[in-house]
Write a protein that binds this ligand. Structure first.
Ligand code: KG4
Ligand code: ZN
Length: 340
């Protein structure tokens, strides 16, 4: 009798069609990601209708590949876990429909996973010692949250962005200096050639809500800087601008995380989401955690950006906790963390 629990995870909330099989939550047997980035680059950002159509094309081959790379069949799987939100509704629906079809056909339980819960769970994949409770900074293209992970699948939100997400700010600034989509990795690279103290950008905070974030002011400051330079006929050093902008974002994220670690006395602190693959943020958070006596956790970059291994991992803990979705599960594009 084999007591291992195999979860098939499916993710299609934005521009990656992904499927993965994990064993007992944390062991990744396969992790297949079909990225649409080259397609959306042509338009400077994700085009929702194109994303949905591409997911439809890719979802079955990607799931097949995830099963075969893991050397299992659908019958070996214990449950199918799928991202049901938040994300682009048409994109989410492709993954949700595929998961429902498979669960029904193979008579397997279906588990609905919140995308952010997945990002947080990415930290479990390579850190066997990491268990809740811990603090976590979630920074992606759509979200910027400071959360306390109280237990598997149980979160308390301490701070969130009031406007743009950190990743969105990276993408918009990259577009403004002609680096293209997706902006995060391009700014990260460009910043390495620049001087982060060349331009002083504002580090916005929200009155009366210390742990909340606001990035729209910073984005406007960058755009104003560019317009002003253009009007004056001055040349802009893109590397200096990228480095200075990135520093403003990283400093705010680190300062608030550090204040939270100090206030709550966390011994463990993790980062998650696409922006968590930023090299400067990783260094800055590592240094802050070290200084404050908290062990720092971060997923490898491949598990920071969207993937299905993180969904299979979060799905495993949901499954153990008894969570089961019905076959009328729907995509919920704006579901909040902690809501069902
Ligand atoms: O988690 P993710 O793949 O998708 C969402 O759930 O949103 O995050 C994508 C975001 C994009 O905004 C992208 O520009 C940003 O993560 N990103 C980065 C880096 N790599 C990806 N931002 C900063 N530095 C990076 N190295
Ligand atoms: Zn994501």
């Amino acid at each position: 009798m084999n007591d291992d629990i195999l979860i098939l995870g499916i993710e299609s909330s934005c521009d990656e069609t992904a499927a993965s099989v994990t064993r007992n939550g944390r062991e990744v047997l396969s992790n297949i990601i079909s990225s649409q980035i080259p397609l959306h680059t042509l338009y400077g950002g994700v085009v929702p209708e194109i994303a949905s159509r591409k997911h439809v094309e890719k979802i079955v081959p990607v799931i097949r590949e995830a099963l075969s790379a893991a050397e299992v069949t659908l019958q070996d799987i214990d449950a199918v876990a799928v991202t049901y939100g938040p994300g682009l509704v048409g994109a989410l629906l492709v993954g949700v429909s595929a998961a429902k079809g498979l669960a029904y056909a193979a008579k397997k339980p279906l588990v609905a996973v919140h995308h952010i819960e997945g990002h947080v769970a990415a930290n479990y994949l390579e850190h066997p010692d990491l268990e809740p409770p811990f603090g976590c900074l979630v920074v992606s293209g759509g979200h910027t949250h400071l959360v306390e992970v109280m237990d598997y699948g149980k979160f308390s939100i301490i701070g969130r962005t009031r406007d743009d997400a950190a990743g969105e700010a990276f993408d918009k600034v990259a577009r403004a200096i002609g680096l293209g989509y997706p902006g995060g990795p391009k700014i990260d690279k460009k910043a390495k050639e620049g001087d982060s103290s060349a331009i002083s950008f504002p580090k916005a905070s929200v009155d009366g809500a210390f742990y909340d974030f606001s990035f729209s002011g910073l984005k406007s400051a960058v755009l104003n800087y560019l317009n002003h330079a253009k009007m004056q006929g001055q040349e802009v050093n893109d590397a200096d601008l990228a480095a200075s902008f990135q520093k403003a974002v990283v400093d705010v994220l680190t300062e608030k995380s550090a204040a939270l670690i100090r206030e709550r006395g966390y011994k463990k602190f993790a980062i998650a989401g696409g922006v968590a693959s930023n090299s400067s943020l990783r260094m800055s958070m590592q240094e802050a955690c070290g200084r404050l006596g908290a062990k720092f956790y971060s997923p490898s970059p491949i598990y920071c950006t969207d993937n299905a291994a993180m969904i299979a991992c979060a799905g495993y803990y949901e499954y153990l906790g008894g969570a089961r979705a019905e076959l009328n599960l729907n995509a919920v594009p704006n579901v909040k963390l902690g809501e069902r």
